[in-house]
Design a protein around this ligand. Structure first.
Ligand code: ADP
Ligand code: MG
Length: 274
């Protein structure tokens, strides 16, 4: 890969003037967002503002049509890549994975998912004249144990069947463990639904706090300020009606909790009236 040689001044991940539609309805109306290694970004905004749409488009969901703008990863346009290729490049989206696969244990599922990415990396490295080791099952077990210890997860969790009877917290635990194993460069977590109970919230927060580091950029999508009581983002972006309407540091999330979206709605209406 060309990352380290040619990427000095190129942002890791850059969305520029992104417009996107579904069934001819424009949802994203010019989104700009840049994420670099080591940064934690929170994307907030009321329901229906387009946050999940953005996540789906980054993942390569086929239902959405990008009509204008670009998404670049180390300068490379990812819009032409398959979801799989994006994953192999190091973009991780927590929700793109299957919800229930009958009879597959967590350990086996994760080994397949991680091996898929690692094998592709090894092949790519080999094609470029380098080397990168593939995993043996034993190595995978060791790595998984290590990551589970880091995340303070019970060993028995690995032997559970995927998502079968998982609580909200356990589903989140599975996602966070997968993220830990894949060691993505960019992790996108869409914490959408009201089903996020305290346990799930804690799992996500602890996971992100344990895994965030200088090598990873994180985009945390939520409309809950309370998640940000546990995770301190470096940057907060507020999306409304398909655009990022305000940006700032962690204080912005607190402001938003106090003031709600009222003031921003008023500003949007004022701008539209002009
Ligand atoms: P958020 O995640 O911020 O709550 P979404 O991205 O889910 O917002 O939705 C943004 C807008 O796109 C909403 O108005 C929603 O109704 C619309 N939308 C999302 N998915 C579809 C779809 N499959 N078909 C039609 N409209 C959709
Ligand atoms: Mg959403």
């Amino acid at each position: 890969m060309s990352h380290s040689t040619s990427a000095q001044n190129v942002p890791m991940f850059e969305i520029e003037n992104l417009h996107a539609s579904i069934e001819d309805k424009e949802i994203l109306k010019g989104v700009n967002l840049t994420i670099n290694k080591g940064e934690v970004h929170a994307l907030m905004g009321p329901n229906g503002s387009g946050k999940s749409t953005l996540a789906y488009i980054i993942a390569g969901h086929p239902s959405y049509e990008v009509t204008e703008g670009s998404i670049r990863y180390y300068g490379e346009d990812i819009l032409e890549m398959s979801p799989d290729e994006r994953a192999r490049k190091g973009i991780f989206l927590a929700f793109q994975y299957p919800t229930v696969i009958p009879g597959v244990s967590m350990a086996n599922f994760l080994r397949m998912a991680v091996t898929n990415v690692r094998t592709a990396k090894a092949e790519e490295a080999a094609a470029n004249g380098g080397t990168a080791a593939k995993f043996t099952p034993r190595e995978f077990r060791r790595l998984m144990k290590e990551k589970m210890a880091l995340l303070k997860m019970d060993d028995a969790f690995a032997n559970r069947y995927l998502n079968e009877g998982f609580s909200g917290g356990e589903k989140k635990r599975a996602e966070i463990l997968q993220m830990a194993l894949l060691e993505p460069a960019l992790a996108i977590l869409d914490e959408t639904d009201s089903g996020l109970d305290i346990d799930a919230l804690r799992v996500v927060a602890e996971g992100v706090n344990n895994l965030a580091g200088p090598e990873m950029g994180i985009l945390l999508i939520t409309h809950y300020q309370r998640l940000l009581n546990y995770i301190k983002p470096d940057f907060v972006h507020i999306m409304m009606e398909g655009r990022i309407v305000q940006e700032g540091g962690p204080e912005l999330a607190l402001e938003l909790e106090e003031q709600g979206y009222e003031k921003l709605w008023a500003q949007i209406e004022e701008a539209q009236a002009r």
